[in-house]
Design a protein around this ligand. Structure first.
Ligand SMILES: [Zn+2]
Length: 66
């Protein structure tokens, strides 16, 4: 399983594999402990997960433009 998580330092959406314990944020270089991050979506495959990630980012962009 994959999760879309939110970086607790910079607030960006990221993809994480459930087997991982930590993940480095590509935006701010924070070392994220996955159990402490907020999981906003779950997906079965990496492809699904990246699709979710994309649509979340789109949504956020539309929101900030309002
Ligand atoms: Zn970050």
């Amino acid at each position: 399983m994959y999760s879309v998580i939110i970086c607790y330092r910079c607030g960006q959406y990221l993809l994480a594999k459930d087997s991982q314990k930590t993940k480095q944020c590509p935006y701010c270089d924070a070392r994220l402990v996955l159990v402490q991050t907020k999981k906003v979506r779950r997906a079965e495959t990496a492809q699904q997960a990246s699709h979710l990630l994309r649509s979340l980012k789109e949504k956020r962009r539309t929101k900030t433009n309002e």
